[in-house]
Design a binder for this molecule. Structure first.
Ligand code: E4P
Length: 224
């Protein structure tokens, strides 16, 4: 199982790496927009420096036609090096580019996946991750958990080296449901990850333990 951070914010990535078991970082043009008009490749370089070569960096192309998607992918790889995954939306042109790039051993994260069919096509074309857009699917009445289950069983049955990277989350339940239905990886915005540990009930339990210890020993430590 893997967990990724769905952000391009350097502070969030720094803090996230200190606390959470993070395997990689994903972004898309909308996530980049939240950072303002940054020097894109310089910024991605800074993310790479923070996460090291051992974690994956998933960078999305902007072009819509296969020729330019491939050219952008080559530029991304030249600048950002190994363990970089090229995020390509599963459109007709995107699929064409995925096939060509995968045949050149480029690591692809197929993205903007709403349907099992898109996932199957991306898997057959050679993608390594399938970015399934959980919350966006629910918004248009697509059963996201079912799509993840179907893709998961197909990936297992065909023993591919492709895995599901569930994405587009708005609450914790969507994340846990994705994992439980067969997504081996989820990419999560930092603020949403925090809500998992910022619950009043957790805070209260920890506070009560300290208070009770203090009632017995008059302090809140095991140290001298
Ligand atoms: C990540 O790879 C996806 O692009 C992202 O999770 C989409 O999130 P959104 O639906 O909140 O834009």
């Amino acid at each position: 199982m893997e967990l990724m951070l769905d952000t391009a914010n350097l502070e969030e990535i720094k803090k996230g790496l200190e606390i959470y078991p993070i395997n990689g970082v994903t972004s898309n043009p909308s996530i980049i927009k939240a950072e303002g008009k940054i020097d894109f490749f310089n910024h991605m370089h800074q993310i790479r420096s923070l996460i090291g070569e051992e974690r994956s960096l998933h960078v999305q192309v902007v072009a819509h036609d296969a020729e330019h998607i491939i050219a952008e992918a080559e530029r991304i790889l030249k600048i950002l090096g190994s363990n970089t995954f090229i995020k390509i939306p599963v459109t007709e042109e995107g699929l064409k580019a995925i096939k060509i790039l995968a045949s050149r051993q480029v690591n692809i994260t197929a993205t903007a996946i709403y349907t099992t069919m898109q996932g199957i096509l991306a898997m057959l074309a050679g993608a390594r991750y399938l970015a399934v857009y959980y919350n966006r699917m629910l918004n248009i009445d697509i059963d996201a958990a079912k799509v993840i289950r179907e893709l998961s069983s197909l990936l297992w049955a065909n023993s591919t080296n492709c895995q599901i990277l569930a994405a587009s989350f708005k609450n914790l339940s969507e994340i846990t449901t994705s994992y439980a239905n067969g997504a081996s990886c989820c990419t999560v915005p930092y603020a949403l990850l925090q809500t998992g540990l910022h619950m009043p009930s957790i805070t209260k339990a920890v506070h009560d333990f300290s208070e009770n210890w203090e009632k017995i020993y008059g302090n809140r430590t095991l140290l001298d």
